[in-house]
Design a protein around this ligand. Structure first.
Ligand SMILES: [Zn+2]
Ligand SMILES: [Zn+2]
Ligand SMILES: [Zn+2]
Length: 87
C-alpha cells in the first residue's frame, strides 16, 4: 500500500482535454506517453520522452500527482512520494 496523502486526496481523476503534450506542441517536439497533472489538469509528456515535461512541471509547479493520459491506463503517480495507485 502506498503511503501518500496526495493520492488519498484525489477523488475525481482529471483526464486529458487533448491527447498531446502542450509544451512539445509549442516546441515542435515529439513525445512517447502522456500524463495529466492532477492539480491543474495540464497534459504533458512522460519521463521516456525527450523533454520530460510532466516531471519538470511537477517539480517547478509543485504539483505532485499525475495520471496516465494513455487510453486504457488507469493509474496515478505521486512524484515526491514515488507512489503508484490504480483507480
Ligand atoms: Zn504523495
Ligand atoms: Zn512534452
Ligand atoms: Zn499542474
Amino acid at each position: 500500500m502506498a503511503e501518500c496523502a496526495h493520492l488519498d486526496a484525489i477523488t475525481n481523476v482529471r483526464l486529458p482535454a487533448r491527447r498531446e503534450c502542450e509544451e512539445c506542441v509549442k516546441m515542435g517536439a515529439t513525445w512517447v506517453h502522456l500524463r495529466t497533472c492532477q492539480t491543474c489538469g495540464v497534459t504533458l509528456c512522460c519521463d521516456s520522452s525527450p523533454n520530460r515535461h510532466a516531471s519538470k512541471h511537477a517539480q517547478h509547479a509543485k504539483h505532485p500527482v499525475i495520471a496516465s493520459a494513455e487510453p486504457g491506463e488507469r493509474w496515478l503517480y505521486c512524484f515526491p512520494d514515488e507512489a503508484f495507485a490504480e483507480y
